[in-house]
Write a protein that binds this ligand. Structure first.
Ligand code: UDP
Length: 345
């Protein structure tokens, strides 16, 4: 059979943007997703979807035996920092143990290209203006540690299996959505700043709370490197091309190299909304670090990655319009439901 690409977690927020770009480039895609946070609605072409959990070895086995994969893009994971502090085992199980399930199948079926979703959270607290891929790693929460373990697993696998090659992408703060508004973050219990702030602007929640105003930064709030999901998705396709061209295993930062404070992000949301949003100032959130900004020289040089949507206003605008569309859709579903009810359907 023709070879395809396996995408675990392909119905999720980041995975589905990558799936969409892969399909648009003509690649055959097979997805495993348990639909715990992802949705079928995030698939806009006719990609093959296997609904199931990557902890299920039998299911993983049957997928690998059914198709011939040229590469695996491994997204499926739990990603909420505060939740990981409360439920560490969920994170070590979903992110570390289940990844080993996928990697093991890769080895047994000779799939030797892996693109892996890691996180800037592996850097943890640091005093650096920008972190490079060789900066010290001090993960401060179970989520970050569960991902760093995967990085070690991949690197040890590579040492044992010279044929294997991977690209580990350390994501900074991903936000925004597909420019045509077809897919985006659907999680109803969002915790990420830009989504929460857009929800507050649109009345889905009454306010946004700033977690900590006493950080050692210019305005007292945390600084992050926010990256548009479309630019991030592109980095995955370029990672795959790099591996196909014989590129060696590598770790790459996915950020723009500039930092924005929580207050600056909230300003951008107010600009998109054209009205003030309700903001309150709260305590620090456990597991947060004051600042993380990417040095992205390596990915730019190695993959020739050229970000397009660096401007925070374009990230926030797309996130805001996506959120508006979600509201419109749920209102019309509610209308259809009540019409059906009144018709006795
Ligand atoms: N943040 C905030 N209020 C919120 C959500 C997030 O002040 O409702 C802050 C959070 O403390 C951090 C930054 O925004 O400094 C980004 O947090 P997010 O959860 O979006 O991503 P993380 O950096 O934790 O991956």
């Amino acid at each position: 059979p023709e070879s395809s690409i396996l995408v675990t977690g392909g119905c999720g927020y980041i995975g589905s943007h990558v799936v969409r770009q892969l399909s648009e480039c003509g690649y055959q895609v097979v997805i495993i997703d348990n639909l715990s946070t992802g949705s079928k609605e995030n698939l806009i072409y006719d990609e093959k979807l296997v609904v199931g959990d990557i902890s299920d070895s039998k299911l993983v086995e049957s997928v690998f035996s059914q198709y011939r994969f040229d590469a695996v893009f491994h997204f499926a994971a739990s990603i909420i920092v505060p939740e990981s502090v409360k439920m560490p085992l969920k994170y070590y199980r979903n992110n570390t143990v289940n990844s080993i399930n996928i990697f093991d199948a890769c080895i047994r079926y000779g799939v030797n290209k892996i693109v892996f979703s890691s996180t800037a959270a592996v850097y943890g607290e640091n005093e650096l203006l920008q972190v490079t891929e060789d900066s010290p790693l001090n993960p401060t929460n179970p989520y970050a540690r569960s991902k760093l373990m995967d990085e070690y697993v991949l690197s040890d696998m590579r040492a044992a299996l010279p044929n294997l090659s991977y690209v580990i992408l350390r994501y900074f703060n991903v936000a925004g959505s597909d420019l045509l508004g077809r897919i985006g973050p659907r999680n109803p219990n969002a915790t990420h700043l830009i989504k929460v702030a857009c929800e507050a602007a649109l009345g889905i929640r009454d306010k946004v709370t700033i977690f900590g105003t006493d950080y050692p930064t210019h305005d007292g709030t945390c600084i992050r490197d926010y990256i548009h999901v479309e630019d991030l998705a592109k980095a995955h396709l370029e990672s795959y091309r790099y591996l196909r061209d014989g590129g060696d295993s590598i770790v790459l930062n996915c950020g723009y190299g500039r930092g924005l404070s929580v207050r600056e992000v909230l300003k951008a949301v107010e600009l998109a909304h054209r009205k003030p949003i309700k903001v309150s100032e709260g305590y620090r959130r456990i597991g947060d670090v004051s600042s993380v900004i990417a040095n992205s020289n390596r990915i730019k040089k190695l993959l020739n990655w050229r970000p397009v949507y660096e401007d925070i206003s374009s990230i926030v605008e797309s996130a805001y319009h996506w959120e508006k569309k979600l509201i419109r859709n749920s209102n019309s579903e509610r209308r259809i439901f009540s019409v059906n009810q009144s018709l006795g359907r």
